[in-house]
Design a protein around this ligand. Structure first.
Ligand code: GDP
Ligand code: GDP
Length: 436
């Protein structure tokens, strides 16, 4: 699990410009291969070999000119709760504003690493204007220009030094599948967890090896052993009642990154909406297993809406990754709750599965031979060997003489074949073409 860095600050200081700079390189790679719509406010970044997740908190607030102070305050409070480090961006051309003071006041109480980034320092002459930001009481600041990138390197050097090292899973320990139940407020997550494991979820166990910071708790129910990853939304239920996208996404980030399989609950009476989509892509982007539960199915008039229609709508919203189990549940009538758990276990097993290289070649090479990648500029692409990589999530590499000529449609063809043959339902996979 990588660390989470939140970018906070009032509107127009340059948060999203800085955010885009941070994720640019990686996103460019991801986009060109998957064609997947990306969340504009969440991404992965890397600096000096350290990977971290970045959240642009401002991106979740709409109508940038008339944002309420209260909204910014809650945004910062949540960032303080959920992030490992916070970058507070201010604007040198405007100096300290009352809203900056407000944010600084909240941040001064925090023990997590805080980085004050004085932005829009486009020229040397603005360096001296930055002095006034000492008055925010946050100590040293970094000057930068998010637009050109100048100064951002020093900030990032300091930032990644302050981030905790990624925890390696302990050897020899049989890892239980880690499930995170995620979704918008009111979808029925707590009801689902209650129905599944009862009220004892509040009992904090003192099992050896579970550290105090550990956010998952082991359970054994219906013959399945698993860890349930605590989402902040469940633990600190409804500190605020707002239904803003920001809250559900922000609250899900840590749980999702920490999980193996995300159980995404949606409210059948509301349908699959933008926020559900954001959480879905968050899980997909992190290469987690996904199971979608359409909950409160007891409330849906079966004459007006069928499971087939509902499924079709969800597939439209999650394309191109449509190979995901969808289960219609009710925590009230207990409909298909066990099935939901069973499916999550199955997705976890699929995600861990290793296909032996010889078998894989035997299966895939004839398919490739029959439908090879189309020749480009008279050059024929030959694929002679393939294998699954020993990575935590399924990744497949195909060795070719001219891998650069293999285009997206062919890659999708291979992915579809793989899914057809091997059943990767609910599991994101990666496919690479490399030089032999
Ligand atoms: P956000 O609302 O905090 O996310 O701010 P944006 O990233 O949308 O930037 C607000 C405005 O400031 C945009 O017009 C940007 O082009 C501009 N901006 C961002 N970074 C810089 C910078 O380093 N220098 C200058 N001069 N303008 C910048
Ligand atoms: P959470 O915010 O996602 O944890 O949602 P809750 O579990 O607190 O549920 C929100 C509301 O929806 C509560 O009033 C539940 O009783 C209700 N609810 C949850 N699941 C179902 C369901 O399957 N059917 C019906 N009719 N109501 C449900």
């Amino acid at each position: 699990m990588s660390s989470i860095v939140a970018i906070v600050g009032r509107p127009n200081v340059g948060k999203s410009t800085f955010f885009n700079r941070l994720i640019q390189r990686r996103e460019a790679i991801v986009d060109s291969v998957s064609g997947v719509t990306r969340d504009r406010n969440y991404g992965k970044s890397e600096w000096n070999g350290k990977e971290f997740s970045v959240i642009d908190t401002g991106g979740y607030i709409k109508g940038s000119d008339d944002v309420f102070e209260g909204e910014i305050r809650r945004q910062v409070e949540l960032a303080i709760d959920e992030a490992d480090a916070i970058v507070f961006v201010v604007d040198v051309t405007e100096g300290i504003t009352p809203m900056d003071e407000e944010v600084a006041k909240l941040l001064r109480k925090v023990t997590k690493p805080i980085f004050l980034a004085v932005n829009k320092v486009d020229s040397g002459s603005r360096e001296k204007d930055a002095f006034e930001f000492y008055n925010l009481g946050l100590g040293e600041y970094f000057t930068m220009a998010g637009m050109s990138g100048s100064g951002t390197g020093d900030l990032l050097d300091a930032l990644v030094l302050a981030l905790p090292d990624a925890q390696e899973p302990e050897e020899d320990v049989v890892e239980l599948p880690r499930f995170a139940v995620v979704g918008r407020p009111n979808a029925g997550k707590s009801s689902f967890i209650n129905a599944l494991i009862g009220e004892d979820r509040y009992i904090v166990t003192d099992i050896a090896g579970t550290t105090r910071d550990s956010i998952d708790t082991p359970y054994n129910r219906f013959g399945f052993e698993f860890n349930l990853v605590d989402t902040a939304g469940i633990r600190r239920k409804a500190k605020v009642k707002e239904d803003l996208e920001f809250y559900s996404v922000m609250r899900s980030v840590r749980a999702i990154e920490h999980s193996d399989v995300c159980i995404l609950m949606i409210d059948a009476t509301r349908g699959f909406e933008g926020q559900d989509q954001s959480i879905f892509w968050l899980a997909e982007k992190n290469r987690k297993g996904i199971v979608i539960l359409v909950n409160k199915w007891d409330l849906v008039e079966k004459e007006t809406m069928t499971t087939v229609q509902f499924e079709k709508k969800i597939r439209e919203m999650t394309a191109p990754f449509t190979d995901v189990p969808i289960i219609f549940t009710s925590t009230i009538t207990k409909q298909r709750l066990l099935k939901a758990l069973e499916t999550a276990v199955k997705v976890h097993e699929t995600r861990k599965r290793r296909i032996p290289t010889s078998k894989f070649n035997e299966t895939m090479l004839p398919i490739i031979e029959q439908t090879p990648p189309p020749a480009i500029k008279g050059k024929y692409i030959k694929i002679k060997y393939c294998m699954q990589l020993p990575t935590p999530t399924p990744q497949f590499v195909f060795f070719a003489n001219l891998p650069q000529y293999v285009k997206d449609p062919y890659k999708r063809y291979i992915e579809n074949k793989l899914r057809e043959i091997y059943d990767f339902n609910g599991v994101p996979i990666d496919i690479y073409f490399r030089q032999k």
